[in-house]
Design a binder for this molecule. Sequence first.
Ligand SMILES: Cc1cc2nc3c(=O)[nH]c(=O)nc-3n(C[C@H](O)[C@H](O)[C@H](O)COP(=O)(O)OP(=O)(O)OC[C@H]3O[C@@H](n4cnc5c(N)ncnc54)[C@H](O)[C@@H]3O)c2cc1C
Length: 399
Amino acid sequence: MHANGRNLPVVVAGAGLAGLAAGATAALAGARVIILESSLAGGRARTQKCDGFQFNEGPRALYQDGAGARVLSRLGVMTPGHPAPLQTARALIGGAPRPFPAAQYARVIAQMSPVVPGEWAGASAAEWIDSSGLRGDAAMVAAAAVRVTTYVADLDRLPASVAITQVQTSLRGVSYLDGGWQSLVRGLTSTAWAAGAEIRQHGRVEQVTGRPGAWEVHTTSDVIQAAAVVIAVGRPAAAARLLPAGPQWEPPGPPVLAACLDMGLRHADARFVLGIDEPLYMSPHAPPGDLAPAGCGLVHLLRYGPTKPAADRDQLWAFASATGIRHDDVVVDRFLPRMTVVNHLPLPCEGLTGRPPVVVPGSPGVFIAGDWVGPDGWLADCSLSSGERAGQLAARVVT
Ligand SMILES: Cc1cc2nc3c(=O)[nH]c(=O)nc-3n(C[C@H](O)[C@H](O)[C@H](O)COP(=O)(O)OP(=O)(O)OC[C@H]3O[C@@H](n4cnc5c(N)ncnc54)[C@H](O)[C@@H]3O)c2cc1C
């Protein structure tokens, strides 16, 4: 073994978007890379085929001008897709679909567009809406716009800077990807492979021990010597468990959760419906996307902030029914009662700068990545940008 570990690989634990971005980035920078995934590559970005329908695990929109799209572009990952079908959108008010409050929405957007997010550092999204002069229905429309772009229902706990940035970024375009988010997984995997990275699925990392320059990555079947390690295993607690003396990364804020009902329909008539007075929304991903057999449709319904699974399931079915979807229309459905959309909601007083950095203190050559790491981006934008940064730093250890 070389004294400074330069002939050892970079080992990445986890092949979600963060781990794949880290592995592909390090491999492109010239490092030998091994990516270990306990299950199948993709994590929460996987798309499953059910009776000819391609289900993401709940709705997924790629922010075209977000930090993640820029990472994907640098890694040569194409993202063909379609804009969200907002032209025919309806609103859910008082339990029934109604015409979309377009004038109010335009007023809210006009109010949000010029705001500088950094000027609202320390405030919550609720405080920002309150002080913006929006009242009554307009305030509810503003809250719905923030929910649909952040996935957060409790606006008292959401940093205003995140809310404003997400709404503004969404105005520059969101895309429903052809082939679902599996296309991102395929694209990142291809880039990583082409650059020489090895991806081992069903290879769980149990622990990381050793010392700088000679880390030991313990899997269920062997121990791999590594010059640098990127831990991208999803949850903060799971990352902390891999490092015996590592920081605990106890997030001060809760995870952002959602209940999702995914439906494959016999028809393609469903419309986008945004809950104004309830934390709900329904979004047809096919059409416009190519995720359903010809003539059929695929919709995702979501409740921000799950309660009890049975109650949430009933509420989402009632929502579908209120929009005109009958049980007979449904070819296949899947209820996901408690999805983790984001692992850590930062406190309003801290904002995104309160998240832990990619560099693990006290463990040179060990890095973390995921939707709770680093100062950049929200949702997958954070996973991809922290993954890229971790991959760059890991590659510097060996190249
Ligand atoms: C319902 C829902 C809607 C969403 N909508 C959007 C959206 O519209 N726009 C957007 O940008 N983002 C959205 N997201 C967020 C986005 O999907 C995630 O940010 C992203 O997929 C997370 O990637 P990750 O790599 O950080 O984590 P994960 O996908 O959780 O990946 C972690 C990986 O590590 C593996 N692993 C765990 N433990 C180990 C171990 N010990 N050893 C090896 N491997 C291990 C896991 O199997 C997994 O594959 C949404 C998420 C959800 C749930």
